[in-house]
Design a protein around this ligand. Structure first.
Ligand code: MLT
Ligand code: MN
Length: 321
């Protein structure tokens, strides 16, 4: 395909939610808590949610993934937009952008082996993690280009051959935490977390004024983030837990939302309260843990979230800006 031809001709910015759940998915394989059980039993209004990822296109043909979930194989099967369309070897997936090194966001890279051209964008902290783990060598460097993503600077995503995608991104650091599997207790109470371990993204179309934010993990609302989000049309935001001690009250774990680097939905420091004074047209929770009662259609918590203008993302949700 000639350089620079694809994508820019159509004037759209489309988001497809491939996976709306947090790490583990919903139902989680070994979880029998109320939500996981309800989903497994097919309770009306519940649905299976795979692990955290979205896909974005500007032309309905070529897509970039934002995070690569361990469920990527089934996400590709379940969404025909992701199916090979042209030659014997083809994929509409041209590249991947990573927001952190969590298992739920990087393990799907292993599904993308088999000599397919891709570009992978991440903060150098996350690239270091991939480089240090030789299993990611399945992404043959002859086909897969790993690119450092600079912060606070807008640039266009390009495929392996340098063709523009029409998707502009601006990455910025947000409060968060080093990936659970990289925590180092000897490094004090932040476990060795450094800037760049968790980032948010502003994703824009190069051909129209449309843009949205994708922030699947965020530990705290800051003045900077508030100012960035103010007046935006659409924000996908960390929806992990309803309340900080939800894992322990559900008797499935001990860690709190804050300990895991996530803002909770409720409470005075939570996302619902924090967004009260931020004008945003559509606010959508994503990366939702299977213990979170907002996943149940009739729960008080779901009503409270919706009454405050929040939507709950689901697998297969598609939004065109
Ligand atoms: C998180 O979002 O906190 C992590 O994905 C947790 C995990 O790796 O299980
Ligand atoms: Mn996660």
């Amino acid at each position: 395909m000639p350089r620079g031809v694809f994508l820019k001709d159509l004037n759209l910015l489309k988001v497809l939610v491939l996976g709306s759940a947090a790490g583990g998915g919903s139902p989680q394989w070994n979880c029998n808590s109320y939500v996981s059980k309800s989903v497994r039993e097919g309770v009306p209004g519940t649905s299976v949610r795979t692990q955290s990822s979205i896909a974005v296109t500007t032309d309905d043909q070529n897509w970039f993934l934002f995070n690569a979930s361990p469920d990527l194989g089934s996400q590709i099967i379940n969404n025909n937009q992701m199916h090979p369309k042209e030659d014997l070897r083809h994929s509409p997936i041209k590249g991947v952008v990573l927001t952190n090194g969590d298992v739920d966001h990087v393990a799907g890279l292993l599904t993308l082996r088999e000599r397919q051209n891709l570009s992978i964008y991440a903060h150098k902290r996350v690239h270091n993690v991939l480089n240090d783990n030789s299993i990611f060598n399945v992404l043959n460097p002859d086909f897969v280009d790993r690119r450092d993503m600079s912060m606070n600077h807008e640039f266009e995503l390009k495929d392996k051959d340098g063709n523009g995608s029409g998707i502009l991104i601006e990455a910025f650091e947000v409060p968060g935490k080093i990936a659970l599997w990289l925590e180092d207790e000897s490094k004090g109470e932040n476990f060795g977390t450094e800037e760049g371990d968790t980032i948010g993204l502003k994703i824009s179309s190069a051909s129209n004024q449309k843009c949205f934010f994708y922030i699947p993990a965020c530990a705290k609302m800051t003045d900077d983030l508030r100012a960035k989000l103010y007046g935006s049309e659409l924000v996908f935001f960390d929806g992990t837990l309803w309340v900080n001690d939800e894992m322990s009250t559900s008797k499935v774990g001990e860690k709190t939302g804050q300990r895991m680097g996530h803002m909770n939905n409720s409470g005075p420091e939570g996302s619902i309260a924090s967004f009260q004074d931020i004008e945003v047209k559509r606010k959508i929770f994503i990366h939702i843990n299977t213990t979170n009662p907002i996943l149940l259609p009739d729960s008080q918590e779901r009503r409270e979230a919706e009454d405050n203008g929040w939507e709950i993302s689901f697998d297969g949700m598609e939004i065109q800006l």
